[in-house]
Ligand binder design. Structure first.
Ligand SMILES: [Zn+2]
Length: 154
């Protein structure tokens, strides 16, 4: 995911770098830590580029993305890059946590239609996470499926 900061060279630390020492004073090892470093003309932090550079796992990258979104500085010091839409895994997580991220970043329903065969309209609703359509345009079968969340154990 791409995030964009208001400030040049903003650094947000998720896990600090830690160096451990033995009782003898010798260095036992260093944990590199995880940080979001914004850079370039547009003050961008791209979590996938950082993941490749620092060899983070997908889980680690996603943890960092969630951390960035969960902070109060999100939508003030930095926000999502202008062309970054919410990936499903973030949107589902945000829904579960009742976090409001802002409708601008949510994917729009893919339903398009034309009333006059010239202009194309696209539905203005946001998608139901995990699908390409809004609640209103979900296929009927899927709607029924969404309502029956009770699972039966044998
Ligand atoms: Zn729709």
């Amino acid at each position: 995911m791409r995030f964009q900061s208001k400030y040049e060279n903003l650094v947000v630390t998720y896990k600090p770098k830690m160096t451990e020492y033995l009782r003898t004073g010798q260095r036992a090892g260093t944990t590199p830590g995880m940080r979001a470093e914004f850079g370039g003309n547009l003050h961008i932090f791209d979590s996938e580029v950082a993941q490749r550079r620092h060899r983070w796992t997908d889980e680690e990258r996603i943890e960092l993305e969630k951390f960035l979104i969960d902070r109060s500085a999100f939508n003030s010091d930095y926000t999502l890059a202008f062309d970054q839409l919410l990936p499903d895994y973030i949107e589902m997580w945000a829904v579960e946590r009742d976090l409001s991220i802002g409708a601008n970043f949510k994917r729009r329903c893919a339903k398009v239609w034309s009333e006059d065969d010239e202009t194309i309209n696209q539905c203005k609703n946001n998608v139901v996470p995990g699908t390409d359509l809004c609640a209103e345009h979900q296929p009927k079968a899927a709607q029924a499926g969404m309502l029956s969340t009770v699972s039966h154990k044998e």
